[in-house]
Write a protein that binds this ligand. Sequence first.
Ligand code: AMP
Length: 406
Amino acid sequence: MEESSSLPIRGVLNKLSIKDIDIRGKRVFIRVDFNVPLDENLNITDDRRIRSSLPTINYAIDEGSMIILASHLGRPKGKHDARYSLASVARRLQRLIKKDVTFIPESTGSNAEAVVARMVPGDIVLLENLRFHPGEEANDEEFSKALSKLADVFVSDAFGAAHRSHASIVGITKFLPAVAGFLLQKEIEYLQGVINNPVRPFVAILGGAKVSGKIDVIKNLENKVDKVIVGGGMAYTFLKAMGRNVGDSLVEDSMLDLAREIRDSVIAKGIKFYLPVDCVIAQSIEAGAETKLVTSQEIPNGWKAVDVGPASVKLFSEAIESAKTILWNGPMGVFEVDAFSRGTFAMAHSVADAYALTIVGGGDTDLAVSRAGVSESISFISTGGGAALELLEGKDLPGLVALTDK
Ligand code: AMP
């Protein structure tokens, strides 16, 4: 389903956006999220984050701005590390945007300032990885000021980093007018929209490794959803909390009481709560391991659940059939291993086929959806892992709070 302005839900961004101010002929510092996955030879394996920033960059080109792009990549820990250079990202961007992109091998200082001073409208530069400087993650005032010297306006489009109080996300807003780019705006509108004003029935599908990573999401959604489906590793903590033997499946013993409480309170509110009824089990999580299909009551000791089984997929798929809004966060099994990926991919197809607004947010779910080949049929796929989770948990994102109010 294509995104369209007539979609039934929309959150509201009460911050200025790039369209609310005049950027014509101005130097525009756009904080993007070019934190792309790289393989062992440092090739970019997925450029979705770069492509997602193009609407904002193209708009600034059309407005005749000088465009200064900045991002982090990986965790170089405040030091120059060639493995995390953005040079190859500049080349990929150049191919995607079909315009020259000048790479500046630093993010602040006299050389960067001199290159920027020579820019003419429509020019694009990409600064070197911001995290090569310790001031970035420390939200250092001097570093923020040095970045701000390169531009007249700050545009925040790095949704994936908006939960970080870093210099290029928060610090810089002290020195420049700070507005949201189109990607940030779209992420907020969808993710906040689904939380504040979902069209019902609203079903949340949660999976992934641990209950501890998603418990706050469940709590925040408790008063908004009609159904909660729990799969992935976190399901086995819930099943154990119900007194089931889950063999050697992933269980967080410290979360058992909380899992029981949450399940009870969700059910007491009349929300339907679904757990796997069958699962694929293996003795080890590796390709080639022997697998068996058992009901969730029959997981033997020495075996662990690595995927949901076909009966669970059928149950979950029927549960989302009448949904008008579906939020999916977290895979149903260890989908990175082919033999354990069927449940996740089958759910990806069910979500994609649902006649509903479908939102995939956070973690590895976007990868699962893309490997299942159904990305085009999902209404909205978030580019932010941690940031999306924090929004779904109901937290304020520092990178959003710092922008100029409308
Ligand atoms: P998260 O980042 O919390 O969404 O977790 C994603 C990870 O959960 C993926 O890497 C999956 O391999 C893992 N996962 C999903 N199901 C299971 C399971 N049954 N046991 C162990 N890990 C799982």
